[in-house]
Design a binder for this molecule. Structure first.
Ligand SMILES: Cc1cc2nc3c(=O)[nH]c(=O)nc-3n(C[C@H](O)[C@H](O)[C@H](O)COP(=O)(O)OP(=O)(O)OC[C@H]3O[C@@H](n4cnc5c(N)ncnc54)[C@H](O)[C@@H]3O)c2cc1C
Length: 498
């Protein structure tokens, strides 16, 4: 022990990973969590005999998780496998399904007839995506920036050939390579992972295609995604890190420019030398620090991600679908206005996603049954406050899914739970129910995203997806390293196994 105590507010993946890095460096660590269990959005839902992953259903960039394990001198505390097909996409008009395999020949068999010179175009598209990824990941994603000039200086080191992509959208970038409407839609779907439509997401993020098809792909976790959290908690237990559940922080005690304690709803005070906030930094300043510049009317002008309506459904039969990870796209690749996802009800919804969880977790469903999670991108609460049409939306989705699989699902549902943006907001304090927090517009990326260092309090830091570098599980792991570097005051040389 080095005699210093860190208090972490929130036990999301970034909070837990920061705790592990710091306890291994001799800090005493205490975690405070609002909910009765850890994990934040990376969570599980147990209903009847079914066990669902609540949010994330896959992860990319396994080497970031290895880096965490290497840094903490542990073995990776969970097991995973690579998805193949990576995902499938089903179209509404002709009900045709495309499986996105790792194998090029299998891809060519499906897309060769739709797109002339398909493989050479795909190679060209992915070659550029890989160059973009490799030229930017260390410079723009994996490091802390101390000032705007530091950020600009770093960006100036990026190969100038990437400048044009900055002035186009994800969708237009994909369209430059492919003319088939199906391929254009399929290859731009990952833009939604960053919280916005492919038309509203910058072309630079087409590097996500590299993580899907070239890098190490999509992975599921044996026994369900929550095993990641259970594994990290086991490691934290060995180091005597305490986690206090059902304790929502609502206030801070301060003296000059130092936070001296945080106080929960029941009036309990937690002391420490250093505080790390795993809640969205803007929500923390709005709800807990009550800062004038962070009031709702100012925050509403930021670009928040869409909301998500999630359905957890247990059914009494096994689905005849090859892929675990399935998109059912809507009428057209509609140009959504801003990020308000005006078209959220079928058939105009851009897509809905169905994850077959019982394929990778034996405990997800009873024998002969299937556990499904549906994710539907919808407006967040800035754009739609009234969710009294929830059941109608759910019923439309069930009807559509039944049509696409050729079987009326209604008579086979054993359990059904739904979460709207209102529920996501309430459960995890997500601003206006924006499921992914701040979206990745260019003015909310890199140094321009909220910093992991508080501007006012010297001993207050932030970690997680609405700070740097951003959205998704691998980014939460990188964020935990960047925040740890801020707390310890020096860089960690990341060790990647591959
Ligand atoms: C439906 C859905 C699907 C997703 N799918 C994927 C996917 O497949 N792959 C992927 O990589 N990413 C996915 N994501 C994104 C991913 O879940 C997040 O980027 C990541 O989990 C964020 O982790 P975090 O640690 O930043 O924050 P969070 O998980 O939000 O953790 C913050 C924690 O702080 C707690 N907290 C909040 N307020 C307080 C308070 N006042 N006091 C105490 N505690 C508090 C919360 O309860 C929570 O536990 C998905 C997200 C959603 C919503």
């Amino acid at each position: 022990m080095n005699g210093k105590k860190v208090c972490i507010i929130g036990s999301g993946l970034a909070g837990l990973a920061s705790a592990l890095r710091l306890v291994k460096r001799g800090y005493e660590v205490e975690i405070i969590e609002k909910n009765p269990c850890a994990g934040g959005r990376l969570n599980q839902l147990c209903v009847d005999d079914f066990k669902f992953d609540l949010g994330p259903s896959f992860f990319t960039m396994t080497y970031e998780f290895d880096e965490l394990a290497n840094d903490c001198n542990i073995s990776l505390p969970f097991e995973y496998s690579t998805l193949d097909p990576i995902f499938s996409v089903n179209f509404l008009e002709d009900r045709k399904t495309f499986n996105l395999y790792n194998d090029r020949e299998k891809l060519n068999n499906q897309f060769g007839k739709l797109e002339s010179n398909f493989l050479s175009k795909l190679d060209r598209y992915l070659k550029y995506g890989s160059a973009l990824f490799n030229d930017t990941i260390d410079i723009a994603v994996r490091q802390n920036f101390n000032s705007l000039s530091h950020y600009i200086q770093a960006l100036s080191k990026i190969n100038k050939r990437h400048i044009p992509v900055l002035f186009t959208s994800y969708q237009n970038h994909v369209n430059r390579y492919f003319s088939s409407p199906e391929l254009r839609q399929i290859l731009s779907l990952s833009a939604y992972f960053l919280g916005n439509t492919p038309h509203k997401t910058n072309g630079v993020y087409s590097l996500l295609s590299h993580t899907e098809f070239v890098d190490d792909g999509y992975h599921y976790v044996h026994g369900g995604m929550y095993k990641i959290i259970e594994g990290i908690i086991e490691e934290l237990k060995k180091e005597n890190v305490s986690i206090t559940y059902n304790s929502e922080i609502v206030n801070v005690q301060r003296k000059d420019k130092i936070v001296t304690g945080v106080i929960d709803k029941k009036g309990h005070k937690y002391d420490a030398d250093t505080f790390i906030v795993n809640i969205d930094p803007l929500v923390f300043r709005n709800k807990i620090l009550h800062k004038k510049n962070y009031m709702d009317k100012i925050l509403d002008r930021k670009q928040w991600s869409m909301g998500m309506l999630t359905i957890y459904m247990g059914i009494d039969f096994k689905l005849n679908i090859e892929s675990i990870h399935n998109y059912f796209v809507g009428k057209e690749n509609i140009k959504h206005e801003m990020n308000n996802f005006r078209y959220y009800n079928l058939p105009e919804t851009p897509y809905y996603y169905v994850n077959i969880q019982s394929r990778y977790s034996d405990t997800a469903a009873p024998k002969g049954c299937e556990a499904l999670m549906f994710v539907i991108p919808v407006p967040n609460l800035i754009y739609k406050q009234d969710w009294s049409d929830r059941d109608e939306i759910v019923s439309n989705i069930i009807k559509d899914f039944s049509n696409r699989i050729g079987l009326n699902l209604k008579n086979h549902i054993k359990t059904l739970k739904v979460m709207t943006p209102v529920d996501w907001q309430k459960k995890f304090n997500l601003y206006k129910g924006a499921a992914l927090g701040l979206s990745h517009s260019m003015n909310q990326t890199g140094y321009l995203r909220p910093s992991n260092v508080d501007k006012e309090f010297k001993n207050l830091f932030y970690t997680g997806s609405s700070t740097q570098p951003g959205i998704g599980l691998p980014m939460a792991i990188i964020s935990s390293r960047l925040t740890t570097e801020r707390v310890i005051g020096s860089k960690i040389a990341p060790i990647y196994s591959k």
